[in-house]
Design a binder for this molecule. Structure first.
Ligand SMILES: [Zn+2]
Length: 314
């Protein structure tokens, strides 16, 4: 089985972002071996859980721009409407949802990738009530909460602290995938039990901003923080399955309890991917071929989310 900590399904179902990534619209309930993901592939390889982070940006006049809360909520409504057409999908917002998940269903946990629209704690409550459970404070740009990847020296801000405090009260999850180095250090030290890195590789192999530094890696080990190793082409020094496997082999030896998968599929132009790792079918083949510990990757993520979900109330 697979547990994907970062599947960009909303990007694909969001017309504006799909155009930005130049994806053609295809039906996701039919098997399409040329797509990074569809629900038939998911069934075939045993994708059981995926975290889907909704975006907080739109593409306009050749640029990525922040959206307001009402636009975010509109995108969210559209996403829910579209996802409901796939009978096999169930959104997990509470422990009741989790315990009633059928064998044939895929559980989706909702998140947000960057909260640029967040202006008050009330807005956060709206997100929680709507079922958002995984919170990325920023994408690459800094905002009023914290520093993003583009500003490594900017940490958590005053408003960010209030927001984080509230997220912790809910026992929500903080996703540091796109946080600045300083924010990562602050939060991974203080709140390791609520922190994940949903789609990140290691700087050891490629000096890419989203990859995790050795300093962060120490915190990851000390606190068994989940790292969803990713197939984002730019994060790999060798853009193919073996490039990903370098990160996997290292983390397996260094701290196997942190090993997880965060494909980032549908979040980047998959034409950039190598043919041996551009979709779930290829991943599954190569996981077998190279004896990747699929169960360990699944179990680590499952245990973490199980502990969180069992405290979630609607
Ligand atoms: Zn991302």
């Amino acid at each position: 089985m697979f547990f994907d900590l970062h599947l960009d399904l909303e990007v694909y179902l969001n017309e504006n972002l799909r155009k930005f990534l130049k994806f053609e619209k295809r039906k996701l309930n039919r098997l399409n071996e040329n797509l990074p993901f569809d629900f038939k592939q998911a069934e075939r390889v045993g994708l059981k859980f995926a975290v889907v982070q909704l975006q907080s940006l739109k593409f306009e006049n050749g640029k990525l721009k922040e959206i307001k809360l009402n636009e975010f909520l509109k995108n969210y409504e559209i996403f829910l409407r579209k996802i409901k057409k796939f009978k096999k999908v169930k959104i997990i917002k509470s422990k009741d949802d989790f315990y009633s998940l059928k064998k044939s269903q895929i559980g989706i946990i909702l998140g947000v990738e960057g909260m640029y629209f967040l202006k008050s704690l009330k807005h956060l409550d709206i997100l929680w009530k709507n079922g958002i459970r995984v919170f990325g404070l920023t994408w690459n740009f800094t905002n009023s909460l914290a520093g993003g990847l583009n500003n490594p020296e900017v940490g958590v801000k005053k408003f960010g602290k209030e927001v984080i405090f509230q997220i912790l009260k809910y026992n929500g999850i903080l996703d540091l995938a796109h946080s600045s180095e300083k924010t990562k250090i602050e939060l991974a030290e203080k709140y390791p039990e609520n922190v994940i890195f949903s789609h990140n590789n290691l700087k050891k192999f490629k000096d890419f901003p989203q990859n995790i530094s050795d300093k962060i890696l120490k915190l990851v080990k000390r606190n068994n923080i989940l790292v969803g190793l990713t197939f984002l082409p730019k994060s790999l020094d060798e853009n193919n399955f073996l490039g990903w496997k370098k990160n996997y082999d290292y983390l397996l030896k260094f701290n196997k309890k942190s090993l997880a998968l965060g494909t980032d599929f549908l979040g980047f132009s998959f034409q950039e991917s190598a043919p041996d790792c551009f979709n779930f079918l290829e991943l599954n083949k190569n996981f077998k071929k190279f004896k990747i510990k699929k169960k360990l990757l699944f179990d680590n993520a499952y245990k973490f989310f199980y502990n969180k979900i069992s405290t979630w109330k609607t």
